[in-house]
Design a protein around this ligand. Structure first.
Ligand code: C5P
Length: 237
């Protein structure tokens, strides 16, 4: 699906960052029809949450598995095949060429799409240097985004403030998925570079990943519906 064809409702991805299956299933039930796309990350996946992928897929929901794979090509490929069989829609891998190539080849013939994480948003130039990298953040993000595109990766996870420049670089075929989204008035938590849902969509983000502002709200469904209402006018513009 081209980014421009994505239904508005599918553009909100709620991060089920919760301690266990019971809490996650209760949250999905509370959100009901308002939310169609969920993200399962380290916390829930390693607490027995992976069976929820198939359950959600069987209910017609989409699931983003955010486990940021990185290993030797053969191991990545076998892992991607297993995840594709769970019925997931998105899977993250770190944007190393061998890893991206193996993941893209292994997802062939399934509905799974591969998203590359270029540089973790908690890294600055000093962190990259300390880890042995020659390039700074912006150059490395750019280089890896171009490699991802050449290798056939389906999308990138990036900060909303990187969307405009990445869009110029990779065009409209790749999905740009942005965490660090905060509705006006919501607590930023540990996110350093935040943007409101409307501004992120207007900047060209295809999917918004929102965790705590929804799952920690007194009325999660109302918050999810308010986010969808907020992004509808900029998408129509
Ligand atoms: O609670 P919050 O809205 O900050 O959650 C954002 C989600 O997106 C979390 O699951 C977090 O792990 C994920 N994420 C992120 N920044 C990245 C990649 C993923 O916040 N660069």
């Amino acid at each position: 699906m081209k980014p421009s064809d994505i239904p508005t409702k599918d553009r909100l991805i709620v991060a089920l960052d919760l301690p266990g299956l019971e809490q996650a299933e209760a949250m999905v039930a509370r959100l009901g029809d308002s939310v169609t796309f969920y993200k399962i990350g380290y916390q829930l996946a390693y607490a027995g949450g992976l069976p929820l992928v198939r359950k959600l897929a069987d209910q017609g929901k989409k699931v983003f598995i955010d486990l940021k794979l990185h290993d030797i090509g053969n191991t990545v490929a076998r892992g991607v095949e297993s995840i594709a069989r769970l019925g997931a829609t998105f899977l993250t891998v770190h944007a190393y060429p061998q890893t991206m190539k193996a993941a893209v080849e292994a997802r062939a013939g399934s509905n799974l799409k591969i998203l590359a994480v270029t540089v973790l948003t908690s890294y600055d130039d000093g962190d990259l240097h300390a880890a042995g990298y020659r390039l700074g953040v912006s150059d490395l993000v750019e280089a890896r985004a171009q490699q991802a595109q050449v290798l056939g990766v389906d999308g990138l996870v990036c900060a909303a403030e990187e969307v405009a420049s990445l869009r110029k670089l990779v065009g409209h075929q790749m999905h740009l998925v942005t965490p660090g989204i905060r509705p006006a008035g919501a607590a930023s938590g540990d996110q350093k570079r935040i943007m409101t849902p409307a501004r992120a969509v207007a900047a060209g983000s295809d999917y918004l990943v929102v965790g705590r502002p929804v799952v920690e709200a007194a009325d999660p469904k109302a918050v999810a519906e308010a986010i969808l209402a907020e992004i509808t006018p900029p998408l129509a513009a």
